[in-house]
Design a protein around this ligand. Sequence first.
Ligand code: HEM
Length: 441
Amino acid sequence: MTEHLPPGPRGHWLRGNLPRYEADRLGFLRRCQEEYGDFCSFDGNTVVVGDPVAVHEILGKTNAEYLAEGTLFAGGDDLDEAAERAAVWMAARRKGSRGFNRRVATAHAERMIGMLDEQLGRAGARTVDVQPLMARVSGCMVADYCFGGEGSALVETIEAQVAAAIPIMSAARVLPRWMPAARNRRFAAARRRTMAAIGGIVDRRRALPAPEPPRDLLDVLLAARDPELTQHQIEEVLRVTLLASYGVPGTTLAWIVRELSFRPDIQARVQDEATAWDGRDTPPELATLPYTEALVKEILRAYTPTWLMGRTVREEVRVGPWTLAPGRQIMFCPYLIHRDPRWWDEPEKIDPGRWLGEKAPHARHAYFPFGAGPRTCLGTHLGMLQLTLVTSWLARRYSIAVETPGTVPASPAALLSPAGLRASFAVREHEEAGFVSAGGR
Ligand code: HEM
């Protein structure tokens, strides 16, 4: 078959569409869709897909016709080498996914509210930047999930690696990894430190008797049998988990903070559910927080942290009416699909209630904050649990004062975050006693 790419804006003769994209990423993608429809060439190498059914099909064929390896906009990756990396990861992922079980998640849930209290306690009465604060909370949570109490020693190392990865992940012009650019060198050094820290914890834990039941993801990975996971597989599952979830729930929490303070009606309903729970030793069951969970789903719709995703074509494929050659990049924007009036009623309105009806509030495949297909998020259940419980506890225990909540712009970089959101968190008088848990106070 001959390649047949969709049309798209011509752009500058040398720099293509990058300058206009960089000036207003979401606006540019939206305008492309309005002008060219659901399939549009960003440049001669990257195709933007806006049709949710086509996106779902692409995600479903990942590892076969498409690869999740590779970075957005980057062309010329070695496809065989990327497919090899995908196969190694999938073998580790299959075994590692056993560590994402209900028992480990429940034990972790009992500790995570204490982590939120600790971080907010450090902020005291000061007005602080919400995004980094909540990123730290989510970093502490994932480190705890992976390593229990030992995780806290790793939080700053991971934070440094994420900081080194952001300029690479959010850039629209990608430099090959072998290029000795400062940002690539910083990333490589941070990655070496992360791997050394993870390897050290795995070695120490391996030398100890295995606890029953397993307390965290590392315990589960070390206990895997028939066959056992290799050291490399264990370290890969931990590395990918730490990086994939570092900051993603935190970004969502930052948007939730904004929404709770911006919308007293929503805050009141979340508080009602939170205060109906009278246990102080165990976190509430998710089933008792339907409105809070609906708010989390709604925020993940309207402010999807992973606002832009992509795949690399591995074999010649047909995408809608177009034919793409191996090596082409596909890009799709969950943010735009989640706000498209063809698939949603009143998509610009934040309405948790839309999730409380019998029927899904959207057209088929038009909601995918956790991705889909064989590379879907491993922490979907855990992420929902973390976000719902932390939101409930935030609304119950803290009075939040946000500076200018209505004017916070969405900043689409590596993640979609509320740029410049600042707030203070004061403990409500009747909540002074706080939550009592093993990992908390
Ligand atoms: C707000 C919460 C979260 C959101 C919105 C989210 C979203 C995502 C998305 C969109 C992907 C890419 C999926 C794809 O390419 O199809 C992903 C991958 C992943 N997520 Fe999450 N995530 C969240 C929380 C978590 C948590 C709490 C963990 C684990 C502790 C986690 C672990 C992972 C892993 C390991 C992958 C890589 C999967 C692979 O490549 O095979 N995520 N996540």
